[in-house]
Design a protein around this ligand. Structure first.
Ligand SMILES: *Cc1c(COP(=O)(O)O)cnc(C)c1O
Length: 230
């Protein structure tokens, strides 16, 4: 079995190769280590191998891991978040990558007002318009983005998506391309990237190279890094 350090290295190389193929700089792509249901020892191994950016889906689990691993690590919320958990999430995470409705954004903003913290967030887009999936529909994204941009404590840095599943990663390409085009269009309109570089979070273990070719700046990789989840 490969060690986590070896997996990390292999994934990094694949990201860099995919970036080169697209004429991009591999440095512009960050790897989010998706650690849901991964035991703490394996996270420690990843940290020891230099990984400092993690994505967690569940609040209780994230809380334990964040406390256990201590400072120096950047934690992103990548799971569906209920508005009544906004307080916990706002205190726990360095970024929330799954904002998909105004109610949640407003609840986060209210909490942040108490601490004066500015929270980086991504707008989650349901790029395949799938009924069962979270995320704002593409045609409603601009209106929602305008409303969220008016909230003083959220720094909306870009878009995130979980596209429809296909065995063949090539079939996901058009969805990745569409998300990147949306993000660029919002950037041109001044609706994204107002405080820093544009972020586009897309691509998982099965398709992150295609996502990088199509302009991802964050890829979220779990299984390819940590192995199958429990
Ligand atoms: C679990 C998860 C991932 C990682 O999926 P893998 O296929 O294990 O790489 C990425 N993004 C989100 C939102 C997830 O929930």
């Amino acid at each position: 079995m490969m060690t986590i350090a070896e997996n990390l290295h292999a994934i990094r190389c694949r990201i860099n190769d995919a970036a080169s193929r697209a004429g991009r700089d591999g440095e512009a792509v960050r790897l989010v280590a998706v650690s849901k249901r991964v035991p703490l020892e394996r996270l420690r191994e990843a940290v020891a191998a230099g990984q400092t950016l993690f994505g967690e889906n569940y609040l209780q689990e994230a809380e334990l891991k964040i406390k256990a691993l201590g400072p120096g690590i950047e934690w992103h919320c990548i799971g569906h978040l209920q508005s009544n958990k906004a307080k916990l999430a706002a205190g726990l995470f360095d970024a929330v990558d799954t904002v998909d409705r105004f109610k949640l954004a407003a609840a986060l903003d209210r909490q942040l007002a108490e601490t004066g913290k500015l929270l980086p967030v991504l707008l989650q887009v349901n790029i395949g318009c799938e009924v069962q999936k979270s995320g704002v529909l593409p045609e409603e994204a601009e209106e929602l983005l305008r409303r969220i941009n008016a909230l003083p404590h959220l720094d909306v840095r870009g878009l995130m998506t979980i596209p429809p599943f296909f065995e063949d990663a090539e079939e996901v390409r058009p969805y990745f391309r569409r998300l990147r085009q949306m993000a660029d269009a919002f950037l041109d309109k001044g609706l994204l990237g107002r405080r820093g570089p544009l972020e586009v979070s897309m691509g998982m273990s099965g398709d992150f190279e295609v996502a990088v070719e199509e302009g991802a700046t964050l890829v979220r990789v779990g299984t390819a890094l940590f192995g199958e989840r429990l």
